[in-house]
Design a protein around this ligand. Structure first.
Ligand code: ATP
Ligand code: MG
Length: 403
């Protein structure tokens, strides 16, 4: 029965003179994500603090199409909430008729399972010249419904089974029955492009998602150690990237083989510093991609204190390998929170598939928990031809688009 979806946004509304840029990005992103779901030919209209989505020629959304739209919109960063709406002229009689017509099916469906349906009406008017105040609109609407359904319905302001929303604007009025939560945050692309180090683990996909939520477009970089890790681990990361790309205009995945570097570190350096030394080389390679591709920060799934390489001391030694800004959105999360988020994002079931990660091959038996800076630097000097080896690893990079 719906021809229109009204989208609300929140944080963008505070953006002053940049607001238009934020709104345009939000619309462009929604359009792209809709196209990924096969929903093309939609019309997006921005009207004062709302975005309306309609089909061409004002067609009705089928229930299958509406499901797709709900999926897309729940992934469109920047949206606070959205509702399928029935539009009509901003006239109280028209509004009451629309409620009378549309409520019938909805109430009758509920009445199949109970004798009395609890409901409430909720109104707001952004057009202050409208002759009725919000409260009066609510009462009129409730009265109309009670005229239709009599004893079978009852007002319940706190725990209604059906809530009818009315919004009166200057040129239209909206009637709606459901409000879905959007993901919040800012539209992807309103902040810089960044490069995320994406392993096959649970944390890094969550870090990507949190960074997108702050408006950054994310490209991905994964390190593998073929032939010491199977190519299936890269396939796994491709699948993770593809889930994450459902939240943004598709980012690319770079995959880099660092097995040669790892072997040199294994054969020449103190095993206690191996993981830190691997990480430092990862940062250098990531930085190089960022410089070439004009990406402005590196993102990792590191969380403070989670494993030996993530003590503050070790994180700062890893940091020191690059001058790039490193974002660690998971810094303050514990593993359970991270798992919860991964489940919601849809990456968890992929992350827990067991494939060896490039950091676990040649992993040291007892890594340093608080490495000494100067010792790490001394160990690093023992890697033969480090610059050349980094260059070689960089040249091994493969790119995957359209995941
Ligand atoms: P994750 O679950 O994301 O793998 P983790 O808790 O297992 O995290 P680590 O294995 O120590 O932690 O990795 C910390 C971070 O370093 C990862 O979140 C990721 O950003 C980066 N990282 C580790 N291994 C790789 C890899 N093979 N390719 C790309 N990035 C990696
Ligand atoms: Mg890991």
């Amino acid at each position: 029965m719906y021809k229109s979806i009204a989208c609300r946004y929140h944080e963008i509304a505070t953006k002053g003179h940049n607001r238009s840029m934020f709104e345009n990005k939000l619309v462009a992103n929604m359009r792209t994500l809709c196209e990924y779901e096969g929903m093309e030919g939609l019309v997006f209209q921005r009207i004062r603090g709302r975005i309306f989505i309609r089909k061409l020629k004002n067609g009705i959304f089928s229930s299958e199409e509406m499901e797709k739209m709900k999926n897309v919109l729940s992934r469109s960063f920047g949206l606070e909430s959205f509702s399928p709406v029935i539009e009509c002229e901003p006239d109280i009689n028209r509004i009451l008729n629309v409620i009378g017509e549309s409520a019938r099916g909805i109430f009758e469906e509920k009445l199949k399972t109970c004798d009395v349906v609890q409901f409430r009406t909720r109104a707001r008017r952004s057009d202050k010249t409208f002759p009725l105040r919000s409260r009066e609109i609510e009462i009129e609407a409730a009265t109309r419904l009670q005229e239709i359904f009599g004893e079978k319905i009852k007002v319940n302001l706190d725990h209604p089974e059906i809530s009818i929303g009315v919004e009166v604007r200057d040129r239209i009025a909206l009637v709606y029955y459901e409000t879905f939560k959007g993901p919040g945050g800012l539209p992807v692309g309103t902040n810089s492009h960044v490069l995320a180090l994406l392993s096959g683990g649970i944390d890094s996909p969550v870090a990507c998602h949190m960074t997108m939520k702050r408006g950054c477009h994310v490209d991905f970089l994964t390190f593998h150690s073929f032939p010491y890790t199977p190519m299936e681990s890269v396939d796994k990361v491709k699948r993770l990237a593809s889930v994450l790309n459902r939240y943004q205009k598709k980012g690319r995945l770079y995959s880099c083989n660092i097995s040669e570097l790892q072997k040199l570190i294994r054969d020449n350096c103190n095993p206690r510093y191996r993981t830190i030394l691997y990480r430092r080389q990862m940062m250098r390679i990531a930085e190089k991609i960022c410089r070439f591709q004009k990406l402005n920060a590196i993102v990792t799934g590191e969380s403070v204190g989670q494993v030996a390489s993530q003590t503050i001391v070790n994180l700062s030694i890893i940091n020191d390998a690059t001058r790039m800004l490193i974002l660690r959105p998971l810094a303050g999360l514990d593993k359970l929170e991270s798992i919860e988020r991964a489940e919601k994002i849809g990456t968890y079931h992929i992350s827990i598939e067991a494939f060896p990660d490039s950091c676990t091959v040649f992993a040291p038996p007892s890594p340093a928990v608080a490495a000494k800076f100067y010792l790490v630097e001394e160990e690093e000097k023992k890697i033969p031809n480090l610059e050349e080896e980094l260059e070689k690893a960089f040249r091994s990079i493969e790119k995957y688009e359209d995941l």
